[in-house]
Design a protein around this ligand. Structure first.
Ligand code: ARG
Length: 456
């Protein structure tokens, strides 16, 4: 039965109904809808807006409906949306008493409450998954404090660093995601229920009581804003999009690191696929999908921004379009975090291949310039001299590590035998002791900070 049939003579067109109904997707928030109704009903009973005995019967029946849906005994079909479904079911079980539940409430403040509860649950779940990812990154980084590899700029070998430094960089990104979701949660966790259709209600409801029952930190201050605000959804999707972006970036590294030209990592068999024609292939499909799925979530964010743009106050049906992007982002983000963490636990690093890559490509040229600068040569001049040395090496097919002190001295008399040590990758790494650097002691400190932040 429609919740609004009283005023109508003709039935809703069947195609219009297919188009209008949100039950096929908002059935996913039945638990939140029933929790919201339970709190609302408890408040109606407490304030005496409905009789205590009626409130008790409604509360008991709502709990039964919830457990019947949980157990698969009650199929969620045959209504316009989840709010109508639950109310129809209530009325079919307890008759007229069930019709009292909607006193002092509109579906507009009800749906705004449900989706906030849904987003809050999503955030809590996502943060748990992010914490386990950051912990795995910190563990794996700690085991690779001395694994030398090149750092790249413009995807060209730049300076030597360690794999631990790389992995800890990603741990920092995902830590920021945790903070960002936590910050977003503060604005999600505000109760709009009590805003009514648009201008609140004449019934003496106790919104603070309802908020407390539902674990909200406060109530919306203005009913028009309460029913029409979806900023929290946009914020949630922005957080989700950024986390997907971070996943996409690390998986881009894994895709090319696993390729033949790099061979820095060996992907676990459990997370790779083969080719139907090329028997030798072991493809990084999971990593590529993690990169690709970011596009969906960026789309979800763009969808909600576009839905909300230009909407006048207060509720407009356009806002029904908030749900699918949020559900999609939640589902995509959660499976992505789960699969990536499982893969990261098992991926094998080829330390020898990484170390060999760090040797070539003149990635220690900065060390040579820094050496001269530390002997009093102005850095610009040191840079120029080193550039000439690199050119000499290229023309003579030599490396910086293979040059003799005599050859160095031909470019500057400031060189001494210390240069032979300074251009080694290990020593370049060990000297980067400043905060943020890749020296072992400093990286150990960084990982300790990551773990401390996780403890909080
Ligand atoms: N299914 C609707 C939504 O998701 C519920 C609110 C309906 N309110 C209304 N005035 N038609 O937005």
């Amino acid at each position: 039965m429609k919740l609004w049939s009283g005023r109508f003579k003709a039935d809703f067109d069947e195609v219009a109904e297919l188009f209008n109904d949100s039950l096929p997707f908002d059935c996913q928030m039945y638990a939140q809808d029933i929790s919201g109704s339970i709190a609302h009903c408890a408040m109606l009973g407490k304030t005496g807006i409905i009789e205590d005995a009626d409130a008790k019967l409604i509360l008991k029946t709502l709990a039964q409906i919830k457990s019947d849906i949980d157990d698969g005994k009650l199929e969620v079909v045959g209504a316009e949306d989840i709010h109508s479904f639950v109310e129809n079911e209530l009325v079919s079980r307890i008759g007229d008493v069930g019709k009292k539940l909607h006193t002092a409430r509109s579906r507009n403040d009800q749906v705004a409450t449900d989706i906030r509860l849904y987003v809050r649950d999503s955030i809590d779940n996502t943060v748990e998954l992010l914490r386990s990812l950051v912990k795995t990154l910190a563990d794996r980084a700690e085991a690779e404090l001395s694994t030398v590899m090149p750092a790249y700029t413009h995807m060209q070998k730049a300076q030597p660093t360690t794999l631990g430094h790389y992995l800890a960089a990603y741990a920092n990104m995902f830590l920021r995601d945790i903070e960002r979701f936590g910050d977003c949660r503060k604005r999600v966790n505000i109760l709009p229920l009590g805003s009514g259709a648009a201008v609140a209600t004449t019934f003496p409801i106790d919104r603070l009581y309802t908020a407390k029952l539902l674990g909200f930190d406060g109530v919306s201050e203005n009913s028009l804003d309460g029913v029409s605000d979806r900023d929290f959804g946009v914020e949630y999707l922005s957080c989700a999009a950024l986390t997907m972006l971070h996943l996409s970036r690390i998986n881009e590294e894994f895709v090319y690191w696993s390729g033949g030209e790099f061979s820095f990592i060996k992907l676990p068999d459990e997370f790779s696929t083969g080719s139907s024609i090329m028997p030798q292939k072991k493809n990084p499909d999971v990593n590529e999908l993690l990169r690709g799925k970011s596009g969906r979530v960026f789309g979800d964010l763009t969808a909600l921004l576009t839905v909300m743009k230009g909407l006048p106050l207060a509720y407009n049906k356009d806002m029904q379009e908030d749900k699918e992007p949020i559900f999609d982002a939640d589902k995509t983000l959660n499976i992505s975090l789960r699969v990536f963490t499982r893969m990261l636990e098992k991926v094998e690093f080829d330390r020898a291949a990484m170390a060999a890559a760090a040797e070539g490509g003149f990635s220690c040229a900065t060390e040579c310039a820094d050496f001269l600068a530390s002997k009093g040569v102005p850095f610009r001049t040191a840079h120029e001299i080193t550039g000439k040395i690199v050119l000499y090496c290229i023309e003579n097919k030599k490396t910086l590590q293979a040059l003799s002190l005599k050859e160095y001295k031909e470019f500057s008399d400031k060189f001494d035998k210390g240069i032979l040590e300074a251009v080694k990758a290990e020593s370049a790494i060990a000297r980067r002791k400043v905060i943020g650097g890749c020296a072992k002691e400093e990286l150990t400190r960084q990982i300790k900070v990551i773990r401390e932040k996780l403890e909080k």
